[in-house]
Design a protein around this ligand. Structure first.
Ligand code: DX5
Ligand code: ZN
Length: 217
């Protein structure tokens, strides 16, 4: 698939989501952060808002569920038409069953890992998923500082995926900017979420293109 840039609307103006998503034309995916105030200490939006977004954009929607009990809630995001549905490994009771349900609804299934969650236990699961999300900040808020200590995990994830021969995307999320994206691309990430680095720019579409250029070098 190659390099993909997924701006996170967490840093957008929530009162004007339609026009905020139009600002990122040229992006590959629109990343939507669902937070429930339990899995993370922040509350954002849920299924009704995702359904509204799906009606107003042609971009594939990448749902990042930072919620407890994804086994119960995640399949509905796939059924609604999300392109990717990522649940957290730390929250899922039955990740294999859940990934199969998400795929069964026609979406790509992603597993998210917080910075302190090791990637190795997921080696045997790779055939069941379409994306590994390696968080590069503690999930919950935009605008945090990139955690360099996550780079070796990105490398190990890339080694695992290469060895498997499977088409599993490696997404990173948190603190991605023009200062950090090259290190992540070198380590083997191929899907880059960026919130403040895109929405904090005057020209969001140009920021997307600059990130793409840096990641592709
Ligand atoms: C944080 C979210 C991110 C967030 C990233 O928990 O998952 O998607 O929007 O924001 P930046 O790019 O500003 O670190
Ligand atoms: Zn996210």
């Amino acid at each position: 698939m190659g390099i993909q840039i997924a701006p996170s609307i967490l840093s957008a103006d929530f009162a004007n989501l339609e026009s905020e998503i139009q600002r990122i034309h040229g992006a590959d995916l629109v990343h939507v952060d669902v937070m429930d105030n339990h899995f993370v200490p922040n509350l954002t939006l849920g299924l009704p808002v995702v359904e509204a977004i799906l009606q107003r954009t042609e971009l594939p929607v990448d749902c990042h569920l930072m919620i407890e009990d994804p086994d119960r809630w995640a399949p509905a995001y796939a059924e609604a038409g999300a392109h990717n549905v990522t649940f957290h490994a730390e929250a899922a009771a039955a990740p294999i069953r859940l990934a199969r349900e998400i795929r069964g609804q026609g979406a790509r299934a992603g597993v998210g890992l917080k910075p302190a969650t090791p990637v190795e236990p997921f080696e045997d699961l790779l055939a069941e998923i379409d994306m590994l999300l390696v968080m590069t900040v503690e999930p919950g808020f935009g605008g945090q500082r990139f955690l360099d200590i996550c780079l070796p995990k990105i490398r190990r994830a890339r080694e695992m995926v290469s060895k498997s021969g499977l088409d599993v995307w490696i997404q990173i999320d948190g603190g991605v900017s023009k200062d950090t994206i090259e290190r992540c691309a070198d380590a083997g990430a191929d899907v880059f979420v960026a919130g403040s680095a895109v929405y904090g720019a005057d020209d969001a579409a140009a920021a997307v293109e600059e990130l793409r250029r840096l990641a592709s070098e």
